[in-house]
Design a protein around this ligand. Structure first.
Ligand code: PMP
Length: 421
């Protein structure tokens, strides 16, 4: 199997001829991932932010199998169904601000594409066809499709591979003010200048609220986010919040916008939406945006084949209920304390530039890029599933992780750092 995989399967962001090693996995339950050779790893990744309740959860399994007995899929053009309506009800009840309209799609990247389309169509339909550009922050990440890539960080975000093809947007510097601190002097200045100079050509500002994820795992000041939202209002530019990574409690609030009391015009969610069971995302909008697009008979030009897939929407309903029924706030706060205590000693390590923790996210930033394959082998040998990238070794475990399991993860990072000298 491994030979065939190596010869024929493409894995994320890796060479086709000299790929990073892939570990064969046979099952997963709770916070444990079982490899084909019988070893069991504690999950530090939640499978890229999504498996918040752990794996093989009886309630989520039940939601999928119950729905499977009714229908696995049916087109959303011309049909509707209870799982989709139920999920929209739940999302509108828990998301920040005045969001009233829900568009379901297949993945986070597509949710971002849809958000961008909404902003462009809204501006054109409301008599401002010249507003075709976006303003965003350096250090951001919004997905791998072309519209999304164009607003990823221009240096570390794949732009070099697609020069001449990506839409040309505007980038403000990465916020310097750290989460928990007030807005540093001058930190919002460049953003303010950009939005002021270009408001007439801007459809929207798009950003990851509070936590910039795959672009650098950076946590920034809620004051910065508040200032951005106020500037968007002042210049009549839409605000798109990409909460695909941060949504559903990961930062200690249900949505990261809540840290700043900010109400976006458009919101993207994904990843943890289905508790990690199936690919599903959603783009939510205010009535103002939806009604603007639909003025004079306009329609939003998007409609994926698997839109509002019944299996995915059913398990998402159950995942949200499970989250809200349980003590997620306490669990994430407990994880925050556990991560802070477990990672703090590494700040003194010579290879380490910074250690930071927010909610159920713990980050060890190194001075130099890490050797991914060697480091990961060491983590696996220590019984931990941790996937570093660039200069970042980070943990975002399922919320249900036990303290002893978390200790396995933090100890593994300690052993990994020894490898870095
Ligand atoms: N936005 C953010 C903030 C993300 O973290 C990601 C995924 N890492 C995406 C968008 C893209 O989501 P997907 O991989 O589901 O397309």
């Amino acid at each position: 199997m491994l030979e065939f995989d190596r010869r024929h399967l493409w894995h994320p962001y890796t060479s086709a001829v000299d790929p990073l090693p892939a570990y064969p996995v046979v099952s997963a339950a709770g916070c444990r991932i079982r490899l084909a050779d019988g070893r069991e790893l504690v999950d530090g990744m939640s499978s890229w932010w999504c498996a918040i309740h752990g794996y093989n959860h009886p309630a989520l399994n039940h939601a999928v199998t119950t729905q499977l007995g009714q229908m696995a899929h049916v087109m959303f053009g011309g049909f509707t169904h209870e799982p989709a309506v139920g999920l929209a009800r739940r999302l509108l009840a828990i998301t920040p601000g005045e969001l009233q309209r829900v568009f379901f799609c297949d993945s986070g990247s597509v949710a971002v594409e849809v958000a961008i389309k909404m902003a462009l169509q809204y501006q054109a339909a409301t008599g401002r066809p010249g507003r075709r550009r976006l303003l965003t922050l350096r250090g951001g990440y919004h997905g791998d499709t072309f519209g999304a890539m164009a607003v990823c960080d221009p240096v570390n975000g794949m732009h070099e591979h697609f020069a001449g093809v990506l839409a040309q947007h505007l980038f403000a510097p990465r916020p310097r003010s750290r989460f928990g601190a007030a807005l540093g002097s001058g930190d919002i200045g460049s953003f303010e200048a950009l939005i002021g100079a270009h408001a007439g050509e801007l459809a929207a500002v798009i950003l990851e609220p509070i936590v910039q994820g795959a672009g650098g795992m950076w946590f920034y000041s809620a004051d910065y986010l508040r200032a951005v939202a106020a500037l968007c209002r002042r210049h009549d530019v839409l605000l798109i919040a990409d909460e695909i990574a941060t949504g559903f409690g990961r930062t200690g609030r249900l949505f990261a916008c809540e840290h700043a009391g900010v109400a976006p015009d458009i919101l993207c969610v994904g990843k943890a939406l289905t508790g990690g069971y199936l690919s599903l995302a959603a783009t939510l909008a205010t009535d103002q945006v939806a009604e603007g697009i639909s003025a004079a008979g306009g329609v939003l030009m998007h409609g994926p084949t698997f839109m509002a897939n019944p299996l995915a929407t059913a398990v998402a309903c159950r995942s949200i209920d499970l989250l809200l029924e349980g003590p997620w706030r306490e669990r994430v706060a407990g994880l925050e304390a556990g991560l802070a205590a477990g990672l703090a000693p590494f700040a003194a390590h010579p290879a380490v530039a910074d250690v930071r923790v927010l909610g159920a996210i713990g980050v060890v930033e190194t001075h130099q890029p890490v050797p991914v394959a060697g480091l990961q082998r060491r983590f696996v040998d220590a019984g931990a599933w941790i996937r570093p990238f660039g200069r970042l070794i980070y943990l975002m475990p399922p919320y249900v992780i036990e303290p002893a399991e978390l200790a396995v993860l933090t100890a593994a990072i300690g052993r990994g750092l020894d490898l870095l000298g």
